[in-house]
Design a protein around this ligand. Sequence first.
Ligand SMILES: [Zn+2]
Ligand SMILES: [Zn+2]
Length: 264
Amino acid sequence: MTDQETLLVLKTERARHAELGDTLDLHIAILEARTAVEIRDWRFEIGDQEARARLARGEPILRADELALDGEALARLFGTICRIAAKYHPEDADAFAELASQPSAVEETARNYLTATGHASRITHHATLANFVVNNVLHPFLAAYARALKPLVDDAAWYRAYCPICGGEPDFAALEKESGARRLLCARCDAEWTFHRALCPFCGEERLGYYPGSEGAYRLYTCGNCRRYLKTIDLRELAREVNLAAERVLTIGMDVTAREAGYR
Ligand SMILES: [Zn+2]
Ligand SMILES: [Zn+2]
């Protein structure tokens, strides 16, 4: 799915979800900004053979230091995302303005974000805001790579907890219609891949708890070991087509539930 497709779904759902008004407006504004970015001059020079060799070693294809990032486009989108986020989160407006005042740092911040692991146990509020902005700023670039590189990934052979394209963690999952196999959605590049259904993708724990969602198809999987959670949609329960990137936004209520229960 592309950002354009996700944007259309969210605009349609906006009318049906008055309770999510501000959240959906925020994400619609962000997707509009992301889809306005033209990815020019992006290149990937390592070649298919090297990409497959990395996958075979369990390494994601992309390495932060090899990414061609259009610094000017990055900085522009960075400013736009900061302004949008400040508008919808006025309580953090000062922090977003401070971020936006350092556009020259965006490329370095972006590469640091890509090499950082998500397992830091204590993350400051400011770092959370910066990650939110950088995640959105990088998305058009990473998604372009993901679409181009996806054919190189053998889904059945990969079977790891992190994204085969960019190494990111999942922030949403789907149980497949026919097999019930679990497909994970990358929080950074929207690539999807298959992983063991019964294992925590953050720490490998085998005993997961889960809460049923308000609608039958949704579940919230929680891990008592690492205290992380994963929102999941069971496609076997649904006749309609789903766009996982849109579901990630539409299920924001489950994030609130999970955080209130002490998961992150
Ligand atoms: Zn990814
Ligand atoms: Zn865990």
